[in-house]
Design a protein around this ligand. Structure first.
Ligand SMILES: [Zn+2]
Ligand SMILES: [Zn+2]
Length: 372
């Protein structure tokens, strides 16, 4: 008992720390050294030490005893078997539900005996989305450690947790408003596993996992949207200590930005800057298209800047339903960078004239159109 570190020192607070200081100190340390999170070898011991210190100092009676007698309390330990870890801290309350949910793969209260989900982002271009392609790639994925069958223990050196009697669960009292309730919680000593690793596996350092080159085959669905997730069941991380099912692997499709198209569902939207003469006289434009063919855009004569041209059935395949979306072309006036003297002369000769009244009518009409 005497080789124990001072509880205040463990939490890094001074003797005058109040309830809030203690909780804050505990929270940040627990987040750092939670054995499920931390990769440090002694995380589990550190975590226990932190829990013990917090359990004592957050209890006014125990704290008083500790302040008087330290670890050498006369007549045995008043703190009741710390070594076994019989302190009752609701980690979820203190660390916040998100600590666990982010770690346990997003599902808010998923069973702990399930491995983490893994998300892998995969970029494809719009052409692949149009076609719907089959992809194959090799990835280093976490798998169960072969040397310890995922248990994390060297030569099966695991002992049953004495705190919960190997059950992984403990009964705890919880204050809910004015009521005191008995609740079943995961045992804090063994994180609900019911077992404690005595000697960690050398290959995986006790994590029970190793990375393994894995070949994956999957299809990019036709018309897939950016952010579409493909689920591969059971290809995620193995369960803690090899007990329970694997998490899932999600492939999140990232659709690369196209050089000129924006997407709106199955529709493709682009703008087409053209010189004044093309807007006046009309023009047919041919562009290479994502379907491997050509996109023919017919700009009629006297097209206004800001008008749109819809080309039906030339967009992306619809995910639901059949057929393809449209291409929507927004025509814009592109001013020339400069103008020569002869051009100015030519343009001056053909400059349009209008009366003040005509101009006001045009402005009025434009306002009406804009408000439509
Ligand atoms: Zn336990
Ligand atoms: Zn191992």
């Amino acid at each position: 008992m005497t080789d124990k570190r001072d509880y205040y020192e463990v939490l890094g607070v001074d003797k005058s720390a109040d309830e809030k200081d203690l909780k804050n100190a505990f929270r940040s340390l627990a987040r750092k050294f939670h054995p499920d999170r931390s990769t440090e070898d002694d995380a589990e011991d550190k975590f226990k030490e932190i829990q013990e210190a917090y359990a004592v100092l957050s209890d006014p009676e125990k704290r008083q005893m500790y302040d008087r007698f330290g670890h050498n309390t006369p007549g045995g330990s008043p703190f009741g078997g710390f070594g076994g870890g019989s302190f009752n801290i609701n980690l979820e309350d203190i660390l916040g539900g998100d600590f666990f949910s982010s770690f346990f793969g997003g599902g808010s209260r998923r069973s702990r005996n399930r491995g983490n989900d893994v998300i892998f982002r995969y970029s494809v271009n719009l052409e692949s989305v149009f076609e719907g392609t089959s992809e194959e790639l090799e990835l280093e994925l976490p798998t169960s450690c072969e040397d310890c069958s995922g248990t994390g223990a060297e030569n099966g050196d695991i002992i049953s947790c004495s705190n919960c009697g190997g059950q992984g669960k403990i009964r705890a009292r919880q204050q809910v408003g004015p009521f005191v309730q008995d609740v079943i919680r995961d045992c804090p000593s063994c994180s609900g596993m019911g077992q404690i690793i005595k000697t960690k596996c050398k290959s995986c350092k006790g994590s029970g996992q190793q990375l393994k080159e894995t070949k994956l085959r999957f299809n990019i669905p036709k018309g897939a949207e950016d952010g579409t997730r493909l689920r591969m069941r059971g290809k995620g991380e193995p369960a803690l200590r090899g007990r329970g099912e694997n998490g899932d692997l999600f492939i999140e499709i990232e659709v690369e930005q196209h050089d000129w198209f924006e997407r709106s569902g199955a529709d493709l939207i682009m703008s087409l800057p053209l010189p004044y003469t093309d807007l006046v006289l009309g023009k047919t434009i041919i562009l290479p298209h994502i379907d491997g063919g050509e996109l023919k855009i017919v700009v009629p004569k006297l097209t206004n800047s800001g008008e749109t041209i819809e080309i039906r059935g030339k967009g992306l395949p619809r995910i639901r339903g059949s057929g393809r979306g449209d291409v929507v072309v927004l025509v814009k006036l592109q001013m020339p960078k400069k103008v020569s003297k002869s051009e100015i002369k030519q343009l001056e000769s053909s400059r349009q004239t209008y009366t003040d009244e005509e101009l006001q009518d045009t402005i009025k009409q434009d306002a009406v159109n804009r408000r439509k």
